[in-house]
Design a protein around this ligand. Sequence first.
Ligand code: 13P
Length: 252
Amino acid sequence: MSRKPIIAGNWKMNKTAKESRAFIEDVKLDIPSNDLVDAVIGAPAIFLEAMTEAVQGTDLQVAAQNCYWEDEGAFTGESSPKTLSDLGVDYVIIGHSERRQYFHESNEEINKKAHAIFRNGMKPIICCGETLETYEAGNAEEFVGQQITAALNELTEGQVQSLVIAYEPIWAIGTGKSATKDDAQKMCKTIRHIVAENFNQEVADQVRIQYGGSVKPENIAEYLACPDVDGALVGGASLQPESFLSLLEAIN
Ligand code: 13P
């Protein structure tokens, strides 16, 4: 089963519009072809328009880091999925552990966002992952299974096979303490199994599953070599042009 790898940078709340344009200028000629890899940058909502303009004519794609589940209305401060789509955004990252932890997002809300993203012609990157406590108690697979089952509720088979799931154990995010490749493979395989149970094997064989958590140029190849890991969602190591390009070089 060959699935196209997807390497996505998650810039979180970093950079200005000017810095983002300079980054795109630096990397754009060296992005590998879209036929080989989906190279994506997840930028803050406030300068997504600058990003979608800057990547035109390149093989880079743009992700938002969040959106609301209604297309419009009286929801002060939220980002409309309809507007993100209109700006040319390709993917929306949803359910990141920082949003679950600091903004109390629930599995049900994440599922509503997934539906809204598809309704507007974009694709979700759905994050999941357990705390250190849950990992040490041996309950990670059950916990992540519940997150995934809830997030995918009532999506169609066609939608699920086109979306991306990012397994990001919370204890590995920004800590420098990355999961072992065996841990990453084991959980990505479990997630694929859950997709097969909830939908079918064909859908599970198509869905792309990333690992995230302290991924860097030095360790990305280990993860990409795992049969059920189809790419990476990268925070800190995606912020510098050279480092982002080195991550993409791991695809061959
Ligand atoms: P780091 O790569 O900085 O650990 O962040 C991972 C992450 O949260 C990506 O979404």
